[in-house]
Design a protein. Structure first.
Length: 167
């Protein structure tokens, strides 16, 4: 097990422990899917309560429109909730760099040899960061940085290169 000595280095995106360097790149979400569910339930209770009151007063067409509105809002919140936990996790431990990407609940993993991985911008400094190992058909490529603001991606790439070189 290797140990990382980065006391003199400052990492903006990573967390450093004696055994590993860990990057957690997540969306900046102010509401969790669970909180969103409770919000939707409370919205349904209030909206259906008001439409029921109008139903009893004789305005029968309010309830179908309230149900339609709640269905559309529920679909939009469901799409949001599916992507609220999207993100990327990178772990540099020993001689391996592990990359886990989650998108809409699906997780993909890729492992790279620390000494063989290349860190490059995909197109320019503001584009996604491409991690690659090998070339041709045997090569692996993963693009990361979707959750990082474009102007900060070059900083993340430099941080990754520094960690890979000095770990």
């Amino acid at each position: 097990m290797s140990h990382f000595a980065f006391q003199d280095r400052v990492f903006r995106f990573a967390t450093v422990t004696p055994q590993q360097i860990h990057w957690k790149l997540l969306k900046n979400c102010s509401v969790t899917p669970k909180q969103l569910g409770w919000f939707y339930v409370s919205l349904c209770v209030v909206s259906l309560g008001i439409s029921t009151m109008f139903w009893t007063l004789g305005a029968k067409m309010i309830t179908p429109f309230a149900i339609l509105e709640l269905t559309v809002v529920g679909a939009a919140l469901l799409v949001y909730a599916r992507h609220a936990t999207d993100g990327e996790r990178l772990v540099l431990q020993g001689n391996q760099l592990l990359v886990e990407r989650s998108h809409a609940g699906k997780v993909s993993r890729a492992e790279f040899n620390r000494e063989m991985v290349r860190v490059e911008p995909h197109i320019d400094d503001r584009s996604l960061i491409e991690l690659s190992e090998g070339s041709g058909r045997n090569g692996r490529r993963v693009q990361i940085g979707r959750q990082v603001r474009p102007e900060l991606r070059s900083h993340l790439a430099r941080e990754l290169r520094m960690a890979l070189r000095t770990a």
